[in-house]
Write a protein that binds this ligand. Sequence first.
Ligand SMILES: Cc1ncc(COP(=O)(O)O)c(C=O)c1O
Length: 425
Amino acid sequence: MTDLVSRSQAFLSPALAFVTDIHAVKAEGVWITAADGKRYLDFSSGLAVANIGHNHPAVVAAAKAQIDSFIHTSDVYRTEPMVALAERIGTIAPPGLASCFFSNSGAEVVDGAVKLARFVTGRQGIVAFTGAFHGRTLGAVSLTTSNVKYRRRSHPLLPAVYHADFPYCYRCPVSRDRDACGLECRADLERIFKTVIPPEEVAAVVIEPIQGEGGYVPAPAEYLKYLRETCDRHGIMLVFDEIQCGMGRTGRFFACQGADVVPDVLLIAKGIASGFPLSVIAAPRETMEKWLPGAHGTTFGGNPVACAAAMATIGVIERERLLDRAASLGRRAAGRLVELSRRFSVIGDVRGPGLMIGIEFVKADGSPAPEACRKVRAACEERGLVLIDCGRDKHVIRFIPPLVTTDAEMDQALDIFQKALDDAA
Ligand SMILES: Cc1ncc(COP(=O)(O)O)c(C=O)c1O
C-alpha cells in the first residue's frame, strides 16, 4: 500500500470511493502521470469532465488571467465572465434555452431544476426513470435509481417522485426484439399517469437522453420525441440531464440535438469548465422569469474563474472542430469494438454516439458479467489504460476518451483493450 493510500484511508471518509489507486501527480491532454512515473491513457476523461483533455493550455491561460483580476464575487457584484458565459451558452444550446442559472455541481442543478419546475407549474410530481443517475444530494438522489447504494439508509427521500421504465433497448423492459419495437415501453409512463399520479399533477419529467451511470444507454430519438409530445399535451416540463452526455461528447454540443428534441430545461455540468466546478440550468427567458428573485441561489455558483474556463472550453471545442472529431473518432473506435465483440462473446453490446461508447459484458446466457468486466478493466489499467465501469451490475465499460485523442492514442488504447480481452479469455 502506498503512503498516499494509507493516509487517505486514515483521513478521508470511506464514503469517498476511489475508482483506482493511482496517485496522480500530473495531467496533460489524454495522459495522467503517476507518482511512480508510470503514464496512463485516461479514457475516463476524469469521469466525463476532461472532454478537451486535461489542462488544455487555453483553459489554463484563461483561468490564470481571471485569477489575476478577481477570484470570487458571488452575487454581490455583476461580473463580465458570468454574463458573457450565459450569452455564449445561448449560442450552443438548443434554440430558446437562453437564460442561465449557474451552480457548482451536477446534483445541485438537478435539485434546482426540480425546484424550478415545481415553482413554475405549481405542481409537485416528478417522473424520472429506472437506472437513472442524477446525483447524490437528498433531492437528486430521490431521482437516482442506478444503484441502491446511493439511497440506502437515506429514506425518506423527496416525496412524489415516480420512476418509469427507461428504454434500455439491449435489455428491453417489455422484452421486444429491436426489429419488432413499436416503443411499447411507453406503456409504463402511461401506467404511472393512469394509476399513480395524474399528469396534471406532474411538474417535470427528468431524463438523461443517454444514461451514464446506469450503463451508457441511449434513449431512442423516437422515445424522446414521445416524451416531448406527452409533456406538451399535459403542460409538464421536460428536463434533459445532459450533465454527462453534453459538451460535445456525442459529436454535438448536446445529445438532444442529435435527436432533434428541445427540452424545457437543459442541465449542464462536468465538461463545461474542464474541471472547474460549474453547472448550469438553461431554460427559456419566460420560464426563468416565473422564478422569483432569491427563490434559488448559491454562494459560489458562476464563479468567475470557472466561467472563464468554460468560455475557453467552448472556444476550444469550436476552434479545434472537436464535435466532428468526436463523431469521426467515435465511428472508428466503435467499428473496431464491434469487431472485437464478434471475436469475444463476453461483449454483448457496443453502443452510443460519438465518444460516448458503452461496452456491455455478458455471460453465455446473456446475463450481466461484472467479473469479466472487472478483469478486463484491471488488465487495461495494468497496461496503462484507465477505463471506468457503470451499469447496475458494474458490467459496462465507459469508453470515453477526451475528444482531443489522436489516432495513435486511440490505436494504442484499442490494442491494450484487445490484449486485456485476450488475457481475460
Ligand atoms: C447524468 C448525471 N447527472 C448528475 C450527476 C451528478 O453530478 P455531480 O456528481 O457533479 O453532482 C452526474 C454525475 O456523474 C451525472 O452523470
